[in-house]
Design a protein around this ligand. Structure first.
Ligand code: PLP
Length: 412
């Protein structure tokens, strides 16, 4: 079946964060991580039928959505989990807050690999805890890869930091937002062994797991061994891959019954464990009936990524693009433009009418300037946004010749 990802849907004026936050009309918003595509037809049909029932009282999920998730993990990711290990939550970020409460007291530390998804920082600090950074290392791409550079983990630094007695949790982002890395089994095994050696529990955020580029495979951290499974929990949701974020439904998969009990307790304390009827219906239809839609989406997103690379190489050659293995979020090094990421994103929004997320909110390395570009839009929108950057950079005289560009700081 053919699916349409090319139609431009008017989202401004629909109470939509991505399109309605920019103050001015006409801004193309390629920032927050949702997609400008309609959900899969099977999901829309199921939701319409549910709406026609016309009664929207308190829900009691029967557990069949857990069965859908369990089948999905098994078939799609070769990961066997039991449905009684699944906990409901109204989102990964709310679930993370409860997990932090379940493991940490105020003043404890949570390790995060930076640059990192911006909400990790606030969620950890809002629980009275500290972020301990384990910065990723920028490295050249392998020859067969499509981007300009990539990242690897710094295991020595991790081993040192995990040994801090105030560290109670390692927050893994697998795959990683914003760098686009899909961690390999070998990398995850090394992380797991380091954490096991120091008795640090792993919380693995796998919300982007279903969005692999064609050459990548997702490896669920907990699938690698029984020891890892028992010393970790996993956040999962259909929200990113199937564009259901507004339905606020996620799952925590946790095999240790004692930890499960503690996490459930804090979800109750925070009132974040009761999901809504549309969210679990849409999620289970996604996992039961929408794998071909997802594959078509992934192919489209890959073409968008290649479009970005092609455009950057010919028209914006001073930008460098991280190899994108998973997610629809391109991590772009714009340091050579000579502006901080906050200044650059502000000027791009005000003058070029394109909105991207500035690297500063993800904890980009000092002295660098990154943009995160959301590629989940019709190709025409992406090309229009790229054209606007190219026109603006040349009219602002930011880089008429590459010799004028400042040299980037040395990598750390
Ligand atoms: C890594 C990661 N975790 C969690 C979230 C948000 O999850 P939720 O909307 O379920 O709270 C995002 C959103 O972009 C994300 O990138």
């Amino acid at each position: 079946m053919n699916y349409d990802f090319d139609t431009i849907i008017a989202r401004r004026g629909t109470d939509c964060e991505k399109w309605d936050l920019p103050a001015e009309d006409g801004v193309l918003p390629l920032w927050v991580a949702d997609m400008d595509f309609r959900a899969a037809p099977a999901i829309v049909d199921a939701l319409c039928r549910r709406v026609e029932e016309g009664v929207f009282g308190y829900a009691l999920p029967s557990g069949s959505w857990h069965e859908s998730l369990v089948r999905w993990l098994n078939v799609r990711h070769r990961w066997q989990v039991s449905s009684d290990t699944v906990i409901d939550a109204i989102g990964v970020v709310p679930a993370l807050a409860s997990v932090i409460r379940a493991f940490c007291s105020p003043g404890d530390k949570v390790i995060v690999q930076t640059p990192a998804y911006n909400c990790f920082f606030a969620t950890i600090r809002n629980q009275g805890c500290d972020v301990l950074e384990n910065p990723l290392r920028r490295v050249p791409v392998r020859e067969d890869n499509e981007g300009d550079f990539t990242y690897e983990m710094d295991f020595e630094d991790l081993e040192r930091k995990v040994a801090d007695p105030r560290v109670k949790l390692f927050l893994l982002c697998n795959p990683h937002n914003p760098t686009g890395r899909a961690w390999t089994a070998e990398e995850l095994r090394t992380v797991g062994e380091i954490c096991l050696r120091h008795g640090v529990f792993v919380a693995s955020d796998e919300i982007h797991a279903d969005l692999q580029m064609p050459a990548s495979r997702h490896v669920p951290f907990a699938s690698l061994s029984e020891e890892f499974r028992n010393a970790s929990l996993t956040f999962w949701s259909a929200s990113k891959a199937f564009n259901l974020a507004g339905l606020q439904t996620a799952a925590i998969i946790c095999s240790d019954p004692e930890v499960r009990g503690r996490v459930r307790h804090f979800l109750k304390v925070h009132c974040t464990g009761e999901i809504n009827p549309f969210g679990f219906l849409a999620s289970s239809v996604a996992w039961d009936r929408c794998s071909d839609w997802l594959d078509a989406l992934r192919a489209y997103l890959h073409e968008n990524y290649l479009t970005l690379l092609g455009f950057v190489r010919t028209r914006l050659p001073l930008l460098k693009v991280a190899a994108l293995e998973t997610t629809y979020l391109a991590w772009v090094d714009a340091t050579a433009l000579g502006l901080s990421s906050a200044e650059l994103s502000c000027q791009l929004e005000r003058e070029a009418k394109v909105k991207f997320s500035p690297g500063a909110i993800y904890g980009e390395p000092k002295g660098y300037s990154f943009l995160r570009i959301n590629l989940a839009c019709p190709r025409k929108t992406l090309l229009e946004a790229l054209d606007r950057i190219a026109a603006w950079t040349s009219s602002a005289g930011l880089w008429t010749t590459s010799s004028r560009a400042p040299s980037p700081p040395s990598s750390r």
